[in-house]
Design a protein around this ligand. Structure first.
Ligand code: HEM
Length: 161
């Protein structure tokens, strides 16, 4: 089933596989990815997690652009994001960037829900979307760091190819 979400289990190491470059081609390379990610952030802006993001338009636009570049790179496109990471491994950098925010499982569900809404609008073979979703669904578990009992916890992970 597409767009499924499994729960974060505290203490469980997260396996994830980078998205296939097939998604980058199917979405329409840089311009297609930009369109998808700008749409996604417009949905975020109307969502229950809007408060996590900058309210000032220029700052919000900057997040949209950085997010676009990150996804272009991890989907096998040109390496337009890595200059931001100070030589730190890209996955590690992206996980640690989220440590600055208290992200609950509920915030993750909302984030994934916004992405689902954006993805449903693009006409790409479901099989290719599913591969991309699989990355998002697993990787997003690593951004969750706060639990309903108030505890803070950072999961271990194993990236696949
Ligand atoms: C697959 C999962 C996710 C990926 C790949 C991802 C990726 C990104 C990227 C690329 C950025 C911009 C980084 C930069 O400034 O250079 C970002 C920022 C951010 N993300 Fe995520 N994200 C994910 C999940 C989440 C979730 C679940 C939340 C929950 C609220 C979240 C909240 C944020 C926030 C608050 C920012 C920073 C906004 C700011 O700079 O003020 N992210 N994320």
């Amino acid at each position: 089933m597409s767009y499924e979400i499994s729960k974060v289990v505290k203490g469980e190491s997260i396996d994830f596989k980078m998205p296939s470059p097939e998604f980058f081609e199917a979405i329409g390379r840089e311009e297609g990815m930009r369109k998808l990610m700008y749409d996604f952030y417009d949905i975020i802006y109307e969502s229950d997690i809007a408060n996590f993001f900058p309210q000032e338009e220029e700052e919000f636009d900057e997040v949209k652009e950085k997010n676009t570049k990150f996804f272009i790179q991890i989907c096998g496109g040109p390496k337009v994001y890595e200059g931001q990471t100070d030589g730190i491994d890209l996955n590690e950098y992206m996980i640690r960037l989220h440590d600055d925010f208290s992200i609950y499982e509920k915030s993750r569900y909302e984030w994934l829900g916004c992405m689902e809404e954006a993805l449903r609008k693009v006409e790409i073979e479901q099989r290719i979307k599913d591969d991309f979703w699989n990355y998002l669904e697993n990787f997003s578990k690593l951004t969750v760091n706060t639990f309903s009992d108030g505890s803070v916890y950072y999961a271990d992970y194993n990236p696949g190819q």
